[in-house]
Design a protein around this ligand. Structure first.
Ligand code: NAP
Length: 491
């Protein structure tokens, strides 16, 4: 395969990434001068070293956010929106450079990284438009003795903790509405993929974001550096995207200061295909819903429940498409599937496949790791996956599609809901009544009906049950960063 990027270009883009902490508008080293390495998961080599924040650095970042809060809340909404708009334009203009950095630190193909940068940018465009639409209400009380004035105000300083799988979009979904609403913030990206966030912060600063509104902390001691901030009375909101176990711990910590919270947690999305589905569309949808981000998406189709009448054909055609995907380093031409983010991720995928096979599933595509360097795993389909297989109940986070069969609609919906998670679900059917019935029966915050992609900046993204609470994007997204105040007025 031909590399799309020569290594001089890689060195150039990496040299432009800030590697320090952003605190109070200034880039600086960590208090003790510590650094941590950022690795390329397709080669295992260290790309750069970045600042490794201490507890005192975290405190300094929150102090900067708290000091900037009043001034930022008073900044005209149009001005806040214009900063987001300029940042949106810069992201679009610099998409190639940003995509390359993302692929280097995270592994997915350049095409997928480009798509993420553009998706991430759309949250800035959307919220630049929302900034000027924050409204209130005025009413007469039912007994006529009072006037009721209801207004919205920013929640206050926020803490954002983001995962490695979408290193930029998981940030802009939080930063966009917070900037629009007039909140200041401390952001902590995942230690495996901090570079996209550091570049994003630089772009926001260049677009005119005042010092202290956005502070970025990178650290190898997430728990130690974050917990004091979460327990600090100056913080008013925590928005977390990541795994359910860590989310649960952060909810407990947030109880101390009764923080406002948004929790975007793990998923285990069912993909339902009914006998009357358009199978071409279902297979295209399945490929996208499963393979986007090498299967490492919270919305990824985790398991396929296919009605008996089409199970064989769906399995055969889907397996053929998976086997044809090209696996390789994300910067190489023609690559569809990059590596998993690390060896632990790959080991978990292999373990879940082995467990399913031991319990009776049959491998119809892939089914094995691919020799490194890098953490590659072959795109895999498993047929006749038994209900006892762990892969049906645990988040796979890899390029593996377990397929199980159901007979009646009720059975299909019950199987789909048999999980503690409730983030996303996919339904393929051409029968409108069935579609509505099934969607109403599914315990999921988001449903793709006859489509394999659901993420959209104009839609409320979020889950039910152990997938968390709160919504990002849509008209709902900015509400997460606003408090309601009411004034009763004597007429
Ligand atoms: P993770 O291990 O929970 O980490 C997420 C973030 O939390 C990282 O920045 C991590 O820092 C930090 N963190 C870890 N332990 C912490 C602690 N004790 N206190 C404070 N921060 C802590 O999750 P991940 O493996 O990065 O991401 C994959 C998970 O995210 C999957 O379950 C996926 O479904 C979920 N996800 C959900 C959504 C959604 O919108 N619902 C979107 C994307 C991903 P370090 O990097 O230093 O460990």
């Amino acid at each position: 395969m031909t590399p799309l990027i020569d290594s001089a270009r890689e060195a150039d883009v990496l040299a432009a990434v800030p590697t320090q902490l952003l605190i109070g508008g200034r880039w600086r080293d960590s208090g003790d001068g510590g650094t941590l390495p950022v690795e390329d998961p397709s080669t295992g080599r260290t790309l750069v070293r970045i600042a490794d924040a201490t507890v005192a650095d975290g405190d300094a970042a929150l102090s900067a956010a708290a000091a900037a809060q009043a001034g930022w809340a008073a900044t005209p909404p149009r001005e806040r929106g214009e900063i987001l708009r300029r940042s949106f334009e810069a992201l679009v203009a610099r998409v190639d450079e940003l995509a390359l950095v993302m692929t280097l630190e995270m592994g997915k193909s350049l095409a997928e990284s480009r798509a993420e940068v553009l998706y991430a940018a759309e949250f800035f465009r959307w919220f630049s438009e929302e900034a000027v639409r924050i409204g209130g209400r005025f009413a007469t009380s039912p007994d006529g003795r009072s006037r009721l004035l209801t207004t919205k105000r920013p929640v206050g300083p926020c803490l954002f903790i983001t995962p490695w799988n979408f290193p930029m979009a998981m940030g802009t979904r939080k930063i966009g509405p917070a900037v629009a609403a007039g909140c200041t913030m401390v952001v902590k990206p995942a230690s495996q993929t901090p570079l996209s966030m550091l570049l994003l912060a630089q772009i926001l600063m260049d677009a005119g974001l005042p010092a202290g509104v956005l502070n970025v902390i990178t650290t190898s001691s997430s728990g130690k550096v974050m917990e004091p901030l979460i327990r600090d009375p100056r913080l008013r909101k925590l928005s977390f995207t990541g795994s359910t176990p860590v989310g649960r711990r952060l909810v407990e910590q947030s109880a101390e200061q009764l923080l406002r919270m948004s929790m975007e947690l793990g998923g285990n999305a069912p993909f339902l295909v009914f006998d009357d589905a358009d199978l071409d569309a279902a297979i295209e949808g399945a490929l996208t819903a499963k393979m986007r981000n090498v299967g490492q998406a919270c919305t990824a189709a985790n398991r396929f429940h296919v009605q008996a009448g089409v199970a064989e054909e769906f399995t055969r055609r889907f397996a053929e498409r998976l086997s044809a995907l090209v696996v390789g380093r994300g910067t190489e031409d023609g690559v569809d599937i990059g590596p998993l983010v690390d060896e632990a991720g790959r080991r978990k995928v292999a373990e879940l496949v082995d467990d399913a096979v031991e319990k009776g599933a049959s491998v119809v595509a892939g089914g094995h790791a691919i020799d490194g360097p890098g953490y590659f795993y072959a795109p895999t389909a498993l047929a006749n996956t038994p209900s006892t297989a762990r892969i049906l109940t645990e988040e796979v986070f890899g390029p593996v599609a377990p397929i199980a069969t159901f007979t009646t609609e009720e059975e299909g919906v019950a199987a789909a809901n048999a999980t503690e998670y409730g983030l996303a679900a996919y339904v393929f059917t051409r029968d409108l009544s069935r579609a509505l019935r099934v969607c109403e029966g599914l315990e999921a915050g988001m449903i793709g009906l006859n489509q394999g992609v659901i993420s959209n900046p104009a839609a409320p993204f979020g889950g039910l049950k152990a997938s968390g609470f709160g919504r990002e994007g849509g008209a709902e997204g900015i509400e997460e960063y606003l408090e309601t105040q009411y004034v009763g007025i004597a007429p």
